[in-house]
Design a protein around this ligand. Structure first.
Ligand SMILES: Nc1nc2c(c(=O)[nH]1)N[C@H]1C(S)=C(S)[C@@H](COP(=O)(O)OP(=O)(O)OC[C@H]3O[C@@H](n4cnc5c(=O)[nH]c(N)nc54)[C@H](O)[C@@H]3O)O[C@H]1N2
Ligand SMILES: Nc1nc2c(c(=O)[nH]1)N[C@H]1C(S)=C(S)[C@@H](COP(=O)(O)OP(=O)(O)OC[C@H]3O[C@@H](n4cnc5c(=O)[nH]c(N)nc54)[C@H](O)[C@@H]3O)O[C@H]1N2
Ligand SMILES: [Mo]
Length: 770
């Protein structure tokens, strides 16, 4: 039943650049959703899947982590990019043993991420033996034996690394960490290390919990919403419906972004008549076109204006009662904010005094403020401090723990937050490990494990023998591609539990395994019958997901099944954990979760309620702040921003409208006016003039990195087309993952160790010289 797949790879000479759009969604979005779905799945499967996305009796969209509207679900509770995510997973194209026989690994390594992904769903467990040129089929039992044997021969469990991406269900994540800890390591890097780790680090210190404090009804009730470093029109399209509702209720929206992203400017809801024929609604009332990395300065500058306004009308701006009762560290923060030099703020942000004034006035007038953010803030060297600065601004106004106000880090992967709740973290608190040990009679290691960047360092240094990944595409998601590929090649065995072919299957350790798994949309039948799984969204709502499709191959196993079978092989049939019983009936896993994971009591019952249940969040629920001081902390970091060195640019790496992280759906970044290719770099007219370049020039992009000992290292990607684009002078943008080779492994955020994907110093070198 294989559907036709693209034989040709990307031909960048077909790239066409038009004009950026000033609105998101509309009828084109509907047309593209249907077209992509039918291409991949055919009409019948399309109808069967799209009507079940995010419905109470359907499956959770494998796209982003934006929550469903509680109560009144709409008949189509998905967006264009959700439809693409579903189509990619539910595709009828397949990658079979015959495919691997026809394509040697060396040939596959020359293909783009787009071509690899478009080949379809993996159908059989496959092995790449040492020295072999092709993957060949392997039985499941033999595959598990191979992994277990390699793991058992390592000198220390800490020589194994277990990665997790954010699509894994709560049940699979819980068992995976249980297996890894039973084996004896906390080496559990995850995609979150590269994503919202800065939010988690910042919020845990500031308010005592690393998760957002608001819900969809809060957003609809807010009167002011800041959206910083986020492109919802592409990456969280359903958020636009929530923002539209908030606007309808009178909210003001301020977008803070170097780029005038279409979804921030205007939204046409394709599910409403007005959205199809009208002009749609303007989303942002103010657009602050900030320089990359300028946000911390902006928030501190605003705080200064707020303190001055409070001086003029004492008691009207600073919520002194809230600060006195609930906060610590206020005096130091007040001193720093009053002392900030506004000219420095203007310089760091590229904004005008009038823009600061308008924003400060909006904050002062607001009774209910929410701050939303994503990768534009987290993937900066000072990402943690920046998020603490925006939190400070909310705290001084008492904007947390009341309806319509709070912090809203908008998560990426659909279950990345749930995976953390279930224990996927290299440094889970001892209280969690104690509960785990009590439940199962095991002894979890207490030494903290390796995060993503440290795992790559350990591989590079020859300290990792086995690398296993539960989903994701480690090689392409991580920075410093050349160094990371070299590091991974040093492992004895690399294992990928995957749905689709990607580059992590073709850049491997000495031996490699591909274990094909069921996705969110697939039916999951085990010994006790049809199984359901659960997930947690960006707003701590936990609910069920039920896949309904017939899997494309009878050889696929569920992630839960794979973990349990491997665990039995590795830890023995008589291990204390009832692996077989849990994989036979996922209710057994949920029973254990209810006893181990805080806030999950009665899990089986509560997760089956129509909209599931919400996990506790002490600041939101009771204005309790479980921090070290027992209060909400104003954390006052040294002011940081990102100046552009002469003749250079600061580059951010971001997503086009036609990709999901390293999965490239297609070649149209429709809202930014780019079609047919991906090797583009967006540069301002002022920089082009200064550098003697024009729209259409071909350049190498070369990053410059000064190491600790003062050496300047260069990294290069070849032959990009320059696109003149409205980004601030001194800043540039290009797509991830093509530009990951430019990001040095050591270029990480303070505290969170997140790769700095949004600020790399580069120069543009015309191809063939000037
Ligand atoms: N369709 C689709 N949906 C997705 C994803 C996908 O790839 N495709 N990925 C998922 C994942 S894992 C994640 S984490 C999220 C990512 O969601 P986003 O964070 O929206 O993703 P990016 O494309 O990285 O966009 C970063 C945005 O921040 C802005 N920005 C960059 N640097 C700065 C800065 O210094 N300051 C400010 N104020 N703004 C800045 C950029 O211009 C851009 O608009 O989306 C999730 N949803
Ligand atoms: N330069 C740069 N680098 C970045 C970023 C950036 O903005 N710029 N963003 C970072 C961010 S925010 C993130 S979250 C990471 C993403 O890093 P990852 O999560 O590692 O990458 P993905 O591209 O989402 O993973 C896609 C692969 O997951 C597999 N997959 C899909 N669904 C399932 C499933 O249900 N089960 C299993 N087992 N496998 C599945 C498929 O084989 C697919 O090829 O990348 C980070 N890297
Ligand atoms: Mo992410």
């Amino acid at each position: 039943m294989t559907r036709r797949r693209p034989a040709q790879d990307i031909d960048e000479s077909q790239l066409v650049v038009g004009h950026p759009q000033d609105h998101a969604a509309g009828v084109t979005a509907v047309a593209v959703s249907i077209q992509r779905a039918v291409e991949q799945m055919g009409p019948i499967r399309t109808a069967r899947t799209l009507t079940r996305v995010n419905q109470r009796h359907g499956f959770d969209c494998p796209g982003c982590a934006w929550p469903e509207t509680p109560g009144h679900r709409r008949p189509a509770e998905f967006c264009e990019n959700g439809a693409k995510a579903v189509a990619e997973e539910a595709t009828l194209r397949t990658v079979t043993p015959e495919f691997f026989a026809a394509h040697p690994v060396a040939e596959l390594a020359g293909k783009t991420d787009y071509w690899l992904g478009q080949q379809g769903r993996l159908t059989h467990p496959m092995v790449l033996r040492e020295g072999a040129g092709h993957y060949t089929p392997i039985g499941w039992d033999e595959a598990f034996r191979l992994i277990a044997d390699e793991l058992r021969t390592l000198p220390d469990p800490d020589h194994a690394v277990f990665y997790t991406s954010g699509r894994t269900s709560n049940e699979a994540a819980f068992l995976y960490q249980l297996m890894i800890r039973s084996y004896g390591t906390n080496n559990m890097p995850d995609c979150s290390n590269m994503c919202h780790e800065s939010s988690g680090s910042a919020l845990t210190e500031s308010i005592g919990i690393g998760k957002g404090s608001v819900t969809v009804p809060d957003l609809e009730f807010a009167d002011l919403i800041l959206i910083a470093g986020q492109n919802p029109g592409t990456n969280h399209p359903r958020m636009l419906s929530t923002l539209e509702a908030a606007k309808g209720n009178g909210a003001k929206i301020i977008a803070i972004n170097p780029l005038p992203e279409a979804g921030l400017l205007r939204f046409q809801d394709p599910q409403k008549v007005g959205g199809v024929i009208g002009k749609g609604v303007a989303i942002a009332d103010e657009f602050l076109q900030i320089r990359l990395g300028g946000d911390m300065a902006l928030f501190r500058g605003l705080a200064r204006l707020l303190f001055e306004a409070d001086d003029a009308a004492p008691g009207t701006v600073v919520d002194r009662a809230f600060v006195a009762e609930h906060c610590a560290g206020f005096d130091e923060y007040e001193r720093a904010a009053r002392a900030v030099d506004l000219d420095t703020v203007l310089d760091a942000t590229g904004l005008t005094r009038a823009q600061l004034r308008v924003t400060a006035d909006a904050l002062i007038r607001s009774q209910r403020t929410i701050a939303c953010w994503a990768m534009g803030l987290t993937q900066q060297t000072h990402g943690v401090a920046t998020i603490q600065e925006i939190t400070n601004l909310l705290l001084m106004r008492g904007m947390i723990g009341k309806p319509g106000a709070g912090v809203c880090p908008v998560r990426g992967h659909s279950n990345v937050q749930g995976d953390r709740t279930m224990g996927i973290w290299e440094k889970m608190p001892d209280s969690f490990l104690d509960a785990l040990d009590r439940e199962f009679g095991i002894t979890s290691p207490r030494r903290h494990g390796l995060d993503t960047v440290n795992a790559i360092r350990a591989m590079r240094d020859g300290q990792v023998g086995v690398f296993m990944a539960m989903g994701g595409n480690f090689i392409r998601a991580t920075p410093d591609t050349a160094a990371t590929e070299e590091a991974l090649r040093r492992c004895r065995l690399t294992v990928q539990v995957s749905t689709k072919l990607n580059r992590s299957h073709v850049v491997t350790g000495r031996e490699a395994l591909i274990l094909p798994t069921l996705g969110r949309t697939d039916k999951d039948i085990q010994a006790s019958g049809k199984q359901v799984v659960s997930v947690e969204d960006s707003m701590s709502m936990v609910h069920l997901s039920r896949g309904g499709l017939t899997p494309v191959s009878e050889h696929l196993r569920s992630e839960v099944g794979i973990v349990c079978d491997l665990a039995q092989e590795l830890l023995g049939e008589d291990h204390r954990v009832p692996w077989a019983a849990m994989s036979a009936d996922y209710d057994r896993i949920r029973d254990a979760i209810s006893r181990v994971v805080p806030g999950c009591e009665n899990y089986n019952e509560r997760v089956r309620r129509p909209d599931g249940f919400q996990l506790p969040h002490p600041p939101r629920d009771r204005r309790e702040f479980p921090t070290r001081t027992g209060k909400a902390n104003f954390v006052t970091g040294d002011l940081r921003w990102v100046p552009t060195p002469p003749g250079r640019l600061i580059l951010q790496t971001l997503r086009s409208h036609d990709q999901y992280n390293t999965t490239i759906y297609g070649l149209d970044d429709r809202y930014r006016g780019v079609k047919g290719g991906r090797r583009v770099v967006f540069v301002s007219a002022a920089d082009l003039a200064e550098q003697g370049l024009v729209d259409g020039s071909r350049v190498d992009v070369v990053s410059e990195w000064t190491t600790a000992d003062g050496t300047v290292e260069e990294r290069r990607v070849h032959d990009f087309r320059v696109v003149e684009y409205p980004t601030p002078k001194g800043n540039a943008a290009a797509y991830y993952p093509e530009t990951n080779p430019l990001i040095p492994l050591d270029h990480v955020a303070a505290t969170s160790n997140t790769p700095v994907s949004k600020a790399v110093v580069v120069r543009l070198e015309p191809v063939g010289g000037r």
